[in-house]
Design a protein around this ligand. Sequence first.
Ligand SMILES: C[S@@+](CC[C@H](N)C(=O)[O-])C[C@H]1O[C@@H](n2cnc3c(N)ncnc32)[C@H](O)[C@@H]1O
Length: 291
Amino acid sequence: MGIENQQKNKDHYEGLYKEEQVKNILHWIHNLDAFLNSATTTETSWFAIYKNNFRDRLAGKKVLEMGCGDCTNAAVMAALGADVYANDIADSSGRIIQVLNEQYKFQHPIKFIPGDFIENNLEGNKFDYVIGKAFLHHLEIPLEEKFLAETARLLKADGEARFFEPAVNFKLLDEVRWYIPVGNRPSKFQRKKFRKWKKYDPHPDRSFSSKHFETVGRKFFEEVKIYPVGTLERFSRMYKWGKKQNRFKRWALKTEQKIPSGLNRILSRSQLIVCRQPLTKSVYQEENGNK
Ligand SMILES: C[S@@+](CC[C@H](N)C(=O)[O-])C[C@H]1O[C@@H](n2cnc3c(N)ncnc32)[C@H](O)[C@@H]1O
């Protein structure tokens, strides 16, 4: 079952990342401040991953990005002076990194780790940050645990993991969502079409609740903190793409942080999960029943 989901992800994403995308990425890293000022105030994943001044904490740090996708974030972190290692199940991500390294003088060229990351040979206790942007929710739960165990092994004792993921804390609200068609996803009312779409969808059926991420995170880390994102921002879909929509997103991402935390968590669309103080293997094996 796990392999089938991984193969689905590889098939889905392999063809999506193209070397032509390098031109855009180069433009963004040549205009880094303008890019980050815009992305971190209007795009939920960038807003979350760069929360709490992450941008200013990267220079000289050793960072691993899991599920690096089209490599925009890996390139941005490297352009900010980080020593970036990146992995994705899609080999096309590696080809993008190769071209980026040829065309931009990073202080530390980006290192791509191809294939099954769980089999990596990286030395433990060496990374300042491990990042996953819209990544963990693509894994079935047993594989997610393996990635989190690797995260804990690779991080320094004072290191930090940051994951941006969808949040489903209000089942009814989520169920309604499936009946509204979005992009190429048909409504659940169109049963045949929906079943056909689901067959190729790279997201496994699993929990995306904050409680789940807290529970699994605490198996491998002393500290797990959840930041809800998107409670108001989700309404930006009512606007057409453009300046008005961006203005709304900026307002929403700022304003929703003032919503009482319990309510914000229930209504949020996404979440930033920050894990600190990794447990050593012997400690988490003892705490979680030797496995
Ligand atoms: C939604 S995309 C996010 C990409 C990128 N982080 C971003 O923010 O645009 C999820 C990524 O996870 C990768 N992925 C899925 N399963 C994986 C696995 N088992 N190992 C490594 N990468 C995986 C996919 O190939 C895809 O690039």
